[in-house]
Design a protein around this ligand. Structure first.
Ligand SMILES: Cc1cc2nc3c(=O)[nH]c(=O)nc-3n(C[C@H](O)[C@H](O)[C@H](O)COP(=O)(O)OP(=O)(O)OC[C@H]3O[C@@H](n4cnc5c(N)ncnc54)[C@H](O)[C@@H]3O)c2cc1C
Length: 499
């Protein structure tokens, strides 16, 4: 007889892991399917030639006291070591070097000490930014608030109304317009830093990005941001093992091939057998979900169109000579070739170098290097391979120009493209990073978890709040709130402390 579960979760990326762990913690019967041998998806660690590489995500917020990852590590006693980084990132552009420390005040002090810095305007801008970020982070960190599940959450919203006020005049506006209002549009160091931050967080530059999302995302370096020692795969595995210890079925190397609605249940057909599930949570892009269903819906088509306005990733995975590197701890660089061009296509690269302790006796270090690839351009190109190869070549030139010490340390250089991501994570065409938060009211569509078909939900970076390992995990918790069988007790809300 086919086994029955309350919830089948398809995919063990951070969205699926968070949702499955939360549901198992409440006592639900959950099966978590992952096509790969290991969990984490775009935030996982893989081995090639004996060297360990981060596959995509390398730098993680949410380890601050009381924040989600910190809470998980303590409450589930996860065997994971995290290094809070200081500096978090160093940005290098022509004529400019800025380090981002883990707190806003130190960053502001650095900006205001630059030649010609408009000190008072910078203070006023960062005051507004702090108010917006505090309002948003406390909202997203607590899965019972969006949607307000119950009277208690509604009451807390009412109590917070004054915190939401700073958001009202920003809705539908670009970050560039906020800079203009503060008289900061001519202060290039800030614009360059913001373009870099916004591109890697909310996936759009200053001129395009919706202001509240951008002002919230600016805090990502200030909210318990660090490196997972051994690679983020250690955290993904720790979460997966904890899920199994709580009674969840962890089914790695067991990709789901079909999803069929039969009466009131879903038949989930996977490589190693099938289950019947009351509800299905798909940690997939809308494209991949449509493929499994063998059909679409208007809502899935609309979501797919939004994803298609986004990005893929071009990568270099480097093996480095440790003797040529400046420090033993993990470090991150954002390198910009030309600050007047868009921060994509190899003009901007994000470089993450492993911790020297992680070489496992091989005496090397590794780096994961990424840049944004505009998927519309790629898919319209007659020679997609050549198009990506040109971007990868530009990435190498940007590294050589802005970080010659790193360039000199390269011993092996492996490349990857959106096609690699498609093959590896099952994300059709290689769309990664979620939906760019470009300005406009459409940025607020789909704030609430929803069923795309009866009992069928999505988690991951295509759905709100999307766009990072922490955000997808928070999204997974929000969906767990909605799909948890009603008889199960709600866990206490995550306690949140602002940075
Ligand atoms: C190059 C790059 C750099 C990034 N850098 C950062 C960073 O520094 N910090 C940060 O926080 N975020 C970063 N991100 C974003 C972050 O990695 C993602 O937003 C997040 O990890 C996505 O998680 P997800 O849950 O949406 O799904 P995914 O990570 O895509 O996971 C989905 C999982 O589902 C599995 N799957 C797919 N199809 C099936 C199927 N049919 N059956 C079973 N399993 C299936 C896949 O194998 C995968 O494991 C980066 C992303 C990229 C691409």
């Amino acid at each position: 007889m086919t086994e029955r579960v309350d919830v089948a979760v398809v995919g063990a990326g951070f969205g699926g892991l968070a949702c499955a762990l939360e549901l198992a913690g409440r006592g639900a019967r959950v099966a978590l399917f992952e096509q790969l041998r290991y969990p984490g998806g775009c935030a996982s660690t893989f081995t090639r030639g004996g060297h360990r590489f981060e596959s995509g995500a390398t730098l993680f917020s949410g380890f601050g006291e009381g924040m989600l990852f910190d809470r998980w590590i303590r409450e589930h006693r996860l065997d994971v070591e995290v290094e809070i980084l200081d500096p978090t990132i160093e940005l290098r552009a022509p004529g400019l070097r800025l380090v981002t420390p883990p707190d806003r005040a130190r960053f502001l002090a650095q900006l205001t000490s630059l030649p010609g810095a408009p000190v008072e305007r910078l203070h006023a801008f960062f005051d507004e930014q702090r108010r917006v970020a505090d309002a948003l982070w406390s909202l997203f960190d607590d899965p019972s608030m969006l949607p307000p599940l119950g009277l208690r959450a509604l009451g807390r919203h009412v109590g917070r109304l004054s915190h939401y006020l700073p958001l009202a005049r920003l809705v539908g506006r670009t970050l560039a317009s906020v800079l203009r209002r503060h008289g900061l549009d001519g202060f290039e160091p800030l614009r360059i830093w913001l373009d870099a931050v916004c591109q890697i967080t909310v996936q759009a530059g200053v001129r395009e990005v919706e202001a509240p999302f951008a002002l919230g995302a600016m805090d990502y370096a200030f909210r318990g941001t660090g490196h997972v020692v051994g690679g983020v795969g250690e955290l993904a595995w720790a979460l997966a093992r904890r899920f199994a210890a709580l009674g969840g079925q962890l089914r790695t190397s067991d990709g789901v091939r079909t999803l069929t609605r039969e009466g009131n249940v879903w038949r989930v057909g996977a490589r190693r057998g099938e289950v019947l599930a009351e509800r299905v949570v798909a940690n997939l892009t809308p494209h991949a979900l449509r493929r499994l269903l063998g059909r679409s819906t208007t809502a899935l088509d609309a979501l797919a169109r939004d994803v298609e306005r986004g990005w893929g990733a071009a990568m270099h995975y480097l093996v480095l000579d440790p003797a040529k590197l400046p420090r033993a701890t993990a470090f991150h660089l954002e390198l910009i070739d030309d600050a007047d061009e868009a921060f994509v296509k190899g003009n901007h690269v994000f470089v993450s170098v492993s911790d020297a302790r992680e070489d496992r006796g091989r005496g090397k270090r590794t780096a994961t290097v990424s840049t944004h690839v505009p998927m519309r351009e790629l898919r319209a190109n007659a020679d997609p391979g050549g198009y990506v190869a040109a971007i990868q070549a530009r990435m190498s030139r940007t590294i050589e120009a802005r970080a010659p010490e790193l360039h000199a340390a390269i011993e092996t250089d492996l490349t990857a493209s959106p096609r690699t991501f498609e093959r590896f994570t099952g994300r059709d065409h290689g769309y990664v990073g979620g939906i760019p938060r470009r300005a406009g009211l459409s940025a607020y569509r789909r704030l609430l978890p929803r069923a795309y078909l009866p009992g069928l939900y999505l988690v991951g970076d295509s759905v709100f709040p999307g766009q990072s390992t922490l955000a997808t995990a928070l999204g997974g918790l929000r969906v767990a709130e909605v799909v948890a069988p009603r008889a199960l007790p709600a866990l206490p809300p995550v306690s949140v402390r602002s940075a």
